[in-house]
Design a binder for this molecule. Sequence first.
Ligand code: ADP
Ligand code: GLC
Length: 495
Amino acid sequence: MKIAFAASECVPFAKTGGLADVVGALPQALAQLGHSVSVYLPKYKQTTLPDARVLLPSVTIPFDDQYRFCSVLDGGKRSGVQFYFIDYPPFFDREALYGTPAGDYPDNAERFALYCRAVLEASKVLGVPDIFHCHDWQSALVPILLRTSYADDPVFHGTHTVFTIHNIGYQGLFPPDTLPLLMLPWDLFAIDKMEFWGKANFLKGALVFSNHITTVSRKYAQEIQTSEYGFGLEGVLRARAGSLTGIVNGVDYSEWSPEKDKHIVRQYSAENLAGKRESKYDLLRQFGLENAPIDTPVVGIVSRFAAQKGFDLIADVAHELARLPVIFTVLGSGDKEYQELFLKLSKQYPAKFAVKVAYDNMLAHKIEAGADMFLMPSRYEPSGLNQMYSLRYGTVPIVRATGGLDDTIEPWNPTTGKGTGFKFSAYAGMALLTCMHEALRSFKDQPGWQKLMLNGMKKDFSWTASAREYVKIYERLVPPKPAGPAEKVLEFSRA
Ligand code: ADP
Ligand code: GLC
């Protein structure tokens, strides 16, 4: 089957969060299962493409007031996956992917509309796929255009769309006059299509027009059908419940394994944990805490700073947390509010909260390896990747039981010796604090703790299982052709 991915982030070309990790890994897993996969990405300033060849020098993208002309670059093949880049410097040669700390770029609708139209036009030349697999609002116009402006284009008549929601909190909301500006039909501005409380909602359009919708864990697929988690789109999702599937993300273990991690001082494994202790020394050093007693439990946080991540719970019980016999090592960037919260805590309690406001991949790896526990108190978490990375590094997750965090972490039971981490349910500072107390009690029983670590290290969240789930969905939309006579003969001769 021919599958084309359309997404706004992908490791190693551009990343702000887990979407990039998924788009970097899932296509490879699909290619390994024998499918032909290409990935279309915008070419940002931070995307380094040393010998990229121009494949299509000029693709015409109509806007209401002018034509714009972008090009398409050949990013080459990596692990069996073909990469294409939409190049349009006036839109993508900027400091950040989506905006600055002051807010989103005001022309984001035009930027990603150009990208989506270019993907469709380029695919007509480079190869029309059986499935367009689109991700989050930035690629939402692909399924919308295919069912509206491109509905009569004969080359796409066999093409189907799968749309994955990575985060329903980001919807791509724009004023209604964006539709004519982008040359989209005005009848899309209707309550059963893109209209949403007086605005044009890109994500809603994708949920209406895609052939199948997925999201990144089973629990989140349920949650987004409720008013508590649906961000106003719960009704649309309930109406499409029969075409909505939750598939948990996988882990790229070639990047995230203590056995082969290039970023940590000494590699280690479940059989030999000596490198984990060295990684803890190194982590404390990185944060200027080399004199801290090595047996003090270290709690790691690596995160975008956003309301989603539940840091207001830390704010609620910060003084109680500071009295616990632990050290928090925090790496994050994003909303000013949370930067200020953590920087204030690090000033107030320098021996307890060590904080770096930055985006730093190497330090993220060092925290996964060097910490004893990893905290994710998310308000909501569609899948979450860091808790799965933590399991592999023997770093015990402490999570709020929501979305993918609930699906991937099993509560530790010291009596049975089963479980992989600690979970709390209520979105309340006290619930977080009680859970921290429970984790610290368990940490005192070191033989039990070792068992808990090893339970997590043995878990396998590799991509293959999830990739097979996606293939089932693709094949429901585009049933595989029955084997031809030659292949049948081969099957008989093997039997
Ligand atoms: P989200 O996509 O909501 O940010 P995920 O848990 O799915 O959450 O993925 C986050 C990814 O981004 C992980 O790979 C994590 O290591 C990385 N990450 C987040 N913040 C930082 C940071 N400040 N520095 C380095 N890596 C980060
Ligand atoms: C989103 C979610 C996160 C998920 C990631 C990749 O950014 O917040 O939970 O892991 O997408 O699917």
